[in-house]
Write a protein that binds this ligand. Structure first.
Ligand code: RBZ
Ligand code: NIO
Length: 587
C-alpha cells in the first residue's frame, strides 16, 4: 500500500522489464504454427508482447476489467469544455444504469466495468444494483490550476494510491488485463497542460477540441493552458510535481493503476489522450512500465499522437475516436484476445501431423476450447445472476423469446431420453386467480409451520407474481412417457421428476440471459393444481413458474440479503472418494 512517497518508490522498484527469453520462445512457437512464419503480422508481435509481459507462453487478457476513473476539474469553471461540469456526475448515473458508450462497448467486448469516483463534484445515486460505480472521492473536484496547484501533494499521493490498490485488487481477483478509461469534464485541458509540460511542447500543438468546442473557445483553451504552464512549469519539475500541480484525481489514479498493474505483470490497455498522458507520467516514474502498455488507438486529439510517439507505442486503431471512457480500449480488446488465442489454440505443424496420424486429435491445444472466452463468461454470468423474482411488470414476453425459453427447457437432459415434460402456459386472468386462491389457501396452512412474520411476508410477496406476471408456466412430468422400459429408470423412479426439474433450470437460465424474470411458486397441493388445470392421472405437476419482466434483478438472493439463510462455501461441501474423505488427490 503506497501511502507515502517511500511506499510509492517501493512500487516503482518492483516494476521489472518484460522477459526477453519468453519473448524469443513465443516467437519460435509462433513460427512453428501451421502457417508461414510471420504471416499473422502484428498479431504475432502482440502475442510476443503479451507473453513476455505476463511471463507465460499462454498469455491471456481474459477475464479483464475496465477501470474508469472519474474526477472534476477546477479549471472547468473557465469554460474550456463544450459541456458543463455537472455532466461528469450525470455520466456516473449513466454508467450505473449501464447505458453509456463504455457500458455497451465493454459488454460486447466481454469486459466488466467499474467506475471509481476519485473526485467528482456532484452526487450520484447508487441503489442496491450491481455496484458499478464506487466512491473513493478525495475531494469534489481539483482546484483551478490557473490560480493554484490542482492538488496538494497528499491528495495526489492519495489518488495514486487508490489507483495502485485497485490494480493490486484486480490482480488478486484474477483479472488478466486492465482496460483504462476516464471521465471528467475539462480533462482534455488537463491532458494538454500535462503533455505540454512533459514533452516541452507548445500548448497550441497539444491542445485539441475535446468534446467539440469551436475555434474561439479553442483559442481560450490554449490561453488557459499557457497560463497554467506560466504559473507552474519549470524544466526541473519532477513528474510527481507536474502531476500534482497540473493533473487531476482521475489522472493520478490512472498513473497508479498502470504502475500497480505493471508490478504484477498485468497489461494495461490504454485508451485516448488522457490515458496516454497518464502512461507518460507512469513511464517517467518507472521506465519499465512501458512494457506492460498497449495503445488501443490514436484519438482525434492532435496531442495524443505525440504522446504515443514519446512512449514509443504504436496504436492498434486509428478511428477518429474522441470520447474517452475506455471506449477505444474496449474496441481493441478483441484484437488482443485473438493474439492470445492464436498463441494457445493453434497447432504446430508437428501437432497437426500427429493429429492426422492418430485416430483422435490428441493435441490438447486443438481441442481445449470449443468456446471463446466471452461465450464461457456469459454462461457463468447467467448462472451467477439468475434470481428467483417476485415482482413482475405486466408487459408481455414476445412470442419469439417465449419460444426460445421453451426450446431451452426442451433441451434438458432426461432419463433414458424420455423427455417427460409438458408445458402449460397460462395467460387467462381467471385461471391465474384460481391458482392464486389455491396458493393463498395453502399459505394459511403453512402458517402453522412458520410463525415468523418475515416468512409470511415472503410467501405473500411471492404469490402476487401469479397475478402480475404475464405468463404462469406449469411444467409437468409424464411418469409414463417412454413406456415401461425407460433406460436407467428402473431403480430410481424419481429420475423422471429430476428430468423435469432439469427442464425448469434450463428455462430459468435461458430466461435470465434473455432478461426475463422467473419466480418459482411451490405453495401448491398437487391434487388441487390437477383439478384447476385439468391435469390427467399419470402426469405430475412439477413447477409453477411466474414468467415475465421485472424492474430489478437483485445482485444476490433476497433470502441471503435479509440473512434468512447464509450462503455456503462450496469447498465445505466437497468430499473426495467417500463421504468421509477429506484429502484431495495431488494433481
Ligand atoms: C456526455 C459526455 C460523455 C463523455 N464521456 C467521456 N467524455 C470525455 O469528454 C470529457 C473531456 O472533454 P472536455 O475536456 O472537452 O470536457 C471527459 O469527460 C472525457 O472522458 C464525455 C463527455 C461528455 C459531454
Ligand atoms: O482523445 C480523447 O481521449 C478524448 C477526446 C475528447 C474527449 N475526451 C477524450
Amino acid at each position: 500500500m503506497a501511502t507515502t512517497l517511500t511506499d510509492l518508490d517501493q512500487v516503482l522498484n518492483n516494476i521489472l522489464p518484460k522477459d526477453r527469453l519468453i519473448h524469443r520462445e513465443m516467437q519460435n512457437h509462433l513460427d512453428a504454427l501451421i502457417k508461414p512464419p510471420g504471416s499473422l503480422g502484428r498479431l504475432e508481435r502482440l502475442a510476443c508482447q503479451l507473453a513476455s509481459a505476463e511471463r507465460t507462453l499462454r498469455p491471456a487478457v481474459d477475464p479483464s476489467i475496465t477501470l474508469i476513473y472519474a474526477g472534476d476539474h477546477g479549471v472547468a469553471s473557465l469554460g474550456v469544455s463544450q459541456y458543463p461540469a455537472s455532466v461528469t456526475a450525470q455520466m456516473l448515473s449513466a454508467y450505473q444504469h449501464q447505458f453509456a458508450a463504455i457500458s455497451v462497448l465493454a459488454r460486447h467486448a466481454g469486459s466488466v466495468v467499474e467506475v471509481i469516483d476519485v473526485g467528482v463534484n456532484g452526487e450520484w445515486t447508487n441503489d442496491d444494483r450491481d455496484k458499478i460505480v464506487v466512491s473513493q472521492k478525495i475531494r469534489p473536484g481539483t482546484r483551478n490550476f490557473v490560480e493554484e496547484s490542482a492538488m496538494t501533494p497528499d491528495e495526489c499521493l492519495m489518488a495514486l494510491t487508490i489507483g495502485i490498490q485497485r490494480a493490486e485488487a484486480a490482480h488478486a481477483q484474477g483479472y488478466r488485463a486492465i482496460l483504462l478509461g476516464e471521465v471528467g469534464i475539462g480533462n482534455t485541458t488537463i491532458a494538454a497542460a500535462l503533455a505540454s509540460a512533459l514533452l516541452n511542447e507548445s500548448p497550441r500543438t497539444m491542445t485539441g477540441h475535446g468534446t467539440g468546442i469551436d475555434q474561439d473557445r479553442w483559442e481560450h483553451k490554449i490561453r488557459t493552458v499557457e497560463a497554467a504552464l506560466t504559473r507552474h512549469h519549470r524544466p526541473d519539475l519532477e513528474p510527481f510535481d507536474v502531476l500534482t500541480r497540473l493533473g487531476g484525481f482521475e489522472v493520478a489514479a490512472m498513473v497508479g493503476t498502470i504502475l500497480g498493474a505493471a508490478q504484477h505483470h498485468i497489461v494495461t490497455i490504454l485508451d485516448g489522450y488522457l490515458t496516454g498522458v497518464a502512461a507518460l507520467l507512469a513511464v517517467r516514474l518507472a521506465p519499465a512500465s512501458v512494457d506492460y502498455l498497449v495503445a488501443s488507438h490514436q484519438s482525434a486529439e492532435p496531442g495524443h499522437g505525440r504522446v504515443l510517439s514519446a512512449l514509443g507505442l504504436n496504436p492498434l486503431l486509428e478511428w477518429g475516436l474522441r470520447l474517452g471512457e475506455g471506449s477505444g480500449a474496449a474496441l481493441a480488446l478483441p484484437l488482443l484476445r485473438q493474439a492470445c488465442a492464436i498463441a494457445s489454440e493453434m497447432a504446430t505443424f508437428e501437432e497437426a501431423e500427429l493429429a492426422n496420424s492418430s485416430s483422435h486429435a490428441s493435441t490438447g491445444a486443438i481441442t481445449r476450447h470449443q468456446f471463446s472466452w466471452p461465450e464461457r463468461a456469459a454462461v457463468y454470468r447467467t448462472i451467477e445472476s439468475r434470481r428467483d423474482i417476485r415482482q413482475f411488470r405486466s408487459d408481455p414476453v414476445p412470442p419469439e423469446i417465449l419460444e426460445r425459453l421453451l426450446w431451452a427447457a426442451h433441451h434438458a437432459p432426461s432419463v433414458g431420453f424420455s423427455q417427460p415434460w409438458d408445458f402449460i402456459l397460462i395467460t387467462d386472468p381467471a385461471i391465474k386467480q384460481q391458482l392464486k386462491s389455491l396458493a393463498d389457501r395453502e399459505r394459511q396452512v403453512q402458517k402453522l409451520y412458520f410463525d415468523d412474520d418475515r416468512a409470511q411476508q415472503f410467501l405473500q410477496l411471492k404469490l402476487e407474481g401469479l397475478l402480475e406476471a404475464p405468463i404462469v408456466l406449469v411444467i409437468t412430468a409424464n411418469l409414463e412417457r417412454g413406456g415401461p422400459e425407460v433406460l436407467g429408470r428402473h431403480t430410481m423412479e424419481e429420475t423422471t421428476l429430476y428430468s423435469a426439474v432439469c427442464a425448469v433450470q434450463n428455462l430459468w437460465l435461458a430466461a435470465r440471459a434473455e432478461g426475463v424474470a422467473v419466480g418459482w411458486v411451490s405453495l401448491f397441493e398437487p391434487r388441487h393444481l390437477r383439478q384447476v388445470l385439468e391435469i390427467p392421472p399419470g402426469i405430475q405437476p412439477v413447477a409453477v413458474l411466474c414468467v415475465g419482466y421485472t424492474d430489478h434483478f437483485p445482485p444476490e438472493p433476497q433470502l441471503k440479503t435479509v440473512r434468512w439463510a447464509d450462503a455456503l462455501a462450496v469447498k465445505e461441501l466437497v468430499h473426495w472418494q467417500t463421504w468421509t474423505g477429506t484429502t484431495s488427490p495431488t494433481p
